[in-house]
Write a protein that binds this ligand. Structure first.
Ligand SMILES: [Zn+2]
Length: 137
């Protein structure tokens, strides 16, 4: 953990507060920093409802032809390990695309997902995972 991690995670949490409210899904803010310093951000329901913030931030980076190898993901919530509506989960995408590090603030709780293994899955794939509890004041 370093000051950049704290600063960018705080920024992801601020983004998550801009999400339109929903009773059925978390509000998540996500920021990607690529190895060459490009930045991509997204928050839940910024434009459409069912996408996950991490996933859309990844899509935006890919559309810009940014390499995600050794990129860092900051997310206000633990990336998911199970999804009903999509083929791939966010933690799977993070692993497959070669991210080197994932920093998140809140562990997925049991409200929507019984047993989230996002952190575990990424750690098993040798990604540095930092769970940083920050005050969301
Ligand atoms: Zn997800």
């Amino acid at each position: 953990m370093n000051t950049q991690d704290t600063k960018l995670l705080q920024e992801a949490i601020e983004l998550s507060k801009r999400c339109p409210p929903s009773k059925t899904a978390f509000s998540v803010g996500a920021i990607i920093i690529t190895e060459d310093g490009k930045k991509f951000t997204w928050y839940s329901r910024e434009t459409w409802p069912i996408e996950h913030a991490e996933e859309v931030a990844i899509q935006k980076a890919q559309e810009a032809w940014a390499s995600l190898v050794h990129a860092i993901l900051y997310s206000s919530l633990e990336p998911c390990s199970e999804r009903a509506s999509k083929e791939k989960t966010c933690s799977q995408l993070i692993i497959e695309l070669g991210f080197k590090k994932c920093v998140f603030a809140v562990l997925e709780d049991t409200r929507f997902v019984a047993d989230c293994r996002g952190k575990e899955n990424m750690e098993n794939a040798w990604i540095e995972v930092i769970h940083l509890e920050l005050e969301s004041s």
